[in-house]
Design a protein around this ligand. Structure first.
Ligand SMILES: [Zn+2]
Length: 798
């Protein structure tokens, strides 16, 4: 073959014929504030660092929003896009809040264990603590002065006066709340303490006290006594590291239990700060050597001014890349430092602590070249991420609250340490969570822990609800959202039940698996289009609301196909659809239990986490079925043996009985019967959640009774209207403008033969325009009167 013929052969075939370009994955990146094309540093491998919890209290719905959202994205990247994800999440177990909580708890416990009866010293301490809390918190937050308290010395009495004013004067209460958002919490803590102190005082004066009374006083006053003891007795604690450790370990295990209940995948690596103190010291030391931090009075501070704009190797360092508008925001900076941290030796307000000197005895501390101390908050993530992932990472994530100062400081420290321009490629920040339109907070009393929420709604419902909003937007967790989520769950449930029932009861001889007409072609195309749209949605920065909607739209189309084809539906085509929807839902982490053998269905989610039947034995599951069937049989037999019933009446009663069985007994068992839908022309039966069926039945009943009530009300109104018209029709049209039918009696004084007035009360002629109007009125009355006469005649005839 000559070379020229080869060339012509190769131009005649096109190996690639692309009809539509495949979308690429783009991810919203807080660093660029735009949706960037997603590229990993190594093929199909993602190194991901997520800021984990500070463990000192129960996890709440804000945590759920953050960690659940990360989990959804992680599953999409791993199980849909096929990346290998190395997910690292730290546990913050060294923190000012942990230290304070731990030592307060320890000192309060110690008071209980060293006192078996109430003592005057205890009363004195609780009163001092009460006064301190009252003056440093409540009195400071008063919106206006209360003159009568200036002459009172007893702080318990002063508190009573303020409490009464808060109850009786709403303007005062509102002003106080807007001045100090913790006002209500302060009042609650002080009220609890004051009640406990008063009770203890009366016991001391009376019959004496027991260990229980000691415990009651300590527990009742814990909000005021804890901080007081922490300050006055904190230095007496001999092993502060171990008590902090104990508290952190407890809450860490609670946290992971909550995550497990939410079906959140555990991190691949979960480092604790307390295990990285040596690395932190080395990291801080190198930042000092690189010239971006300084030591002062045992603490080490990051030099923000020096870093911001400093020349690197061919680039320039920038501070506050994520949230430049917050640069120098003192409130945010101080919040980031913690309650125990002063600013001794700090040169500029924007500088932040890398290492905190031990300021008082009783604080946990580790050795360092700058003296005993503990790590600052921001440094821990820089160190652990660098120790585990190296010089950089693909994804860093956390809640949007962490953007400044935490993440901006992390970036600055790490770039200062590594001497690099960019430490993170994609910064993902999950959006806020609001409750019924309001920020969640203890003072607004809308604070919900994960445990509480899981006692009301399933983990699946929570996950699906969160997926109905994009991950980086604010989410309003409201009754409306839950209702919407429930409705969507039901659509999925009903779809799977329907497909499974049809598959299970398909006639063995049915040939429906093979025919491929225009309806089958159309529904198969619907599947392909849905798959394309679903892919496009996930490529668009994990747009889960759009992805879920695509699945629901496909279900709606399949339901239309079902009702059009009835028993002749091609089950093979429908199986393809149901299998794909199942796989996608399970990919998101929405599945419960192991997938079914036929690969269809997302399992049954139950409040509390475990499937209902797990705890029951077989007998107790069968019992209600046996009772129902036996009682149905009894009634049928009784009917058959009753000789007095005509055959017509018998069949009517049997049909009523069958309907009752379908609508009442079967529903209670979780058995749904669709008449005429079965492959043999009988009912198509489906096993579904009885609770859902009962809810649906009650809803139907409610709608029907509402309709009936409305109909009755309309009929009653129509009847009343008819009676009113008949009453009006009693007046003969010729008499209608004469007394006694007209008021006042003397309105008119003369009439013509048609009963129309001629003269008014003063004897003047009635105007033409008035007569014109009255003629019209008379015409109307003629009709009413005719109707009245007709009705009267009918009544007499009866
Ligand atoms: Zn962090």
């Amino acid at each position: 073959m000559s070379s020229s013929s080869k060339a012509s052969a190769s131009t005649s075939t096109k190996p690639l014929q692309v009809e539509e370009e495949e979308p690429v994955l783009r991810v919203y990146n807080s660093l660029t504030r735009s949706k960037d094309v997603f590229k990993t540093r190594k093929p199909k491998h993602i190194d991901w660092y997520n800021c984990g919890p500070t463990v000192y209290d129960s996890s709440h719905m804000g945590h759920a929003r953050n960690y659940l959202t990360q989990d959804i994205i992680r599953r999409i990247l791993r199980d849909y896009f096929g990346y290998n994800v190395n997910f690292v999440m730290n546990i913050t177990d060294i923190d000012d809040k942990i230290i304070l909580r731990a030592r307060e708890g320890y000192l309060l416990d110690q008071t209980k264990s060293t006192n078996s009866t109430l003592t005057s010293d205890m009363i004195k301490d609780t009163k001092l603590a009460f006064s301190k809390f009252l003056n440093s918190k409540l009195i400071k937050s008063l919106p206006s002065t209360i003159p009568e308290i200036s002459s009172i010395e007893n702080d318990l009495e002063i508190f009573d006066i303020i409490l009464n004013k808060d109850k009786s004067d709403s303007t005062f209460a509102e002003a106080a709340k807007s001045k100090e958002e913790k006002w209500t919490l302060y009042l609650a803590s002080l009220l609890k303490a004051s009640t406990a102190i008063k009770k203890a005082e009366s016991l001391m004066n009376g019959s004496g006290s027991t260990q229980n009374d000691v415990n009651d006083l300590v527990d009742g006053t814990s909000d005021v006594l804890g901080p007081y003891y922490g300050e006055t007795l904190g230095h007496t604690i001999e092993d502060p590291i171990s008590i902090s450790r104990k508290l952190a370990l407890y809450w860490e295990s609670q946290f992971f239990q909550d995550m497990e209940k939410l079906n959140i995948l555990p991190p691949n690596i979960k480092p604790r700060v307390s295990e990285y103190v040596k690395e932190i010291v080395e990291f801080v030391d190198k930042i000092i050597k690189n010239g971006f931090a300084y030591e002062a009075e045992g603490s080490v501070w990051f030099d923000v001014e020096k870093f911001d704009g400093a020349q690197g190797d061919g680039f320039r360092h920038d501070y506050a890349k994520l949230q430049p508008s917050s640069k120098g925001n003192k409130k945010l900076i101080d919040e980031g430092e913690g309650a125990l941290t002063g600013s001794k030796g700090k040169r500029q307000a924007a500088d932040f602590a890398l290492w905190k000197a031990k300021s008082k005895p009783g604080e946990p501390a580790w050795p360092s070249p700058w003296g005993d101390g503990r790590p600052g908050w921001h440094i821990e993530c820089s160190v652990m991420a660098s120790a585990i992932l190296g010089k950089g990472m693909d994804i860093h994530s956390g809640g949007v609250d962490l953007m400044f100062p935490h993440h901006d400081n992390e970036l600055a420290q790490s770039e200062a340490y590594h001497g690099c321009q960019q430490w993170v490629n994609y910064f993902l920040h999950t959006g806020h969570l609001h409750i019924e339109g309001l920020k969640m907070s203890k003072s607004l009393k809308n604070f919900i822990t994960i445990e509480e929420e899981l006692s009301r709604n399933t983990a699946r419902r929570l996950r699906l609800a969160f997926m109905l909003q994009t991950w980086n937007q604010k989410l309003d967790y409201s009754r409306g959202l839950i209702a919407d989520t429930k409705a969507k769950e039901e659509t999925f449930d009903n779809f799977f039940a329907n497909v499974n029932a049809r598959l299970a009861q398909a006639a063995p001889t049915a040939d429906g698996l093979h025919q491929n007409g225009s309806a089958e072609e159309a529904i198969t195309n619907d599947l392909f289009n849905a798959q394309r749209d679903f892919h496009a949605a996930l490529c668009d920065s994990f747009n889960t609301p759009a992805a879920i909607q695509t699945l629901l739209d496909l279900i709606a189309k399949t339901n239309i196909y079902f009702s059009a084809k009835g028993r002749d539906a091609n089950l093979a085509v429908v199986t393809n659809i149901a299998e794909w929807i199942t796989r996608m839902l399970r990919m998101f982490g929405l599945g419960e239990g192991a997938p079914a053998k036929n690969g269809i269905g997302w399992g049954i989610a139950v409040v509390g986490g475990e499937a209902a039947q797990n705890g029951q034995d077989v007998t107790s599951q069968i019992e209600p079925w046996a009772r129902t069937i036996s009682s149905f049989r009894d009634t049928v037999r009784k009917l058959a043996m009753d000789k007095s019933i005509s055959s017509e009446e018998l069949s009517r009663r049997i049909l009523t009985l069958s309907d009752k069985f379908r609508d009442e007994d079967a529903v209670n068992l979780g058995l749904q019967l669709d008449d005429g839908q079965g492959s043999d022309g009988g009912a198509l039966w489906k096993l579904v959640d009885s609770k859902t069926l009962i809810e649906q039945r009650e809803e139907k009943k409610r709608i029907a009774s509402e309709k009936l009530a409305k109909k009755q009300a309309n009929a009653k109104a129509a009847e009343e209207k008819k009676l009113a018209q008949l009453e009006k029709g009693k007046i003969p049209p010729l008499e209608m403008f004469k007394p006694p039918y007209i008021t006042p009696d003397n309105l008119y004084t003369d009439w013509d033969s048609q009963g129309l007035p001629l003269k008014d009360s003063e004897g003047k002629d009635v105007s033409k325009s008035t007569i014109k109007r009255l003629v019209k009125e008379q015409k109307v009355q003629e009709k009413l009167h005719d109707a009245y006469l007709q009705w009267k005649k009918e009544q007499e005839g009866k």
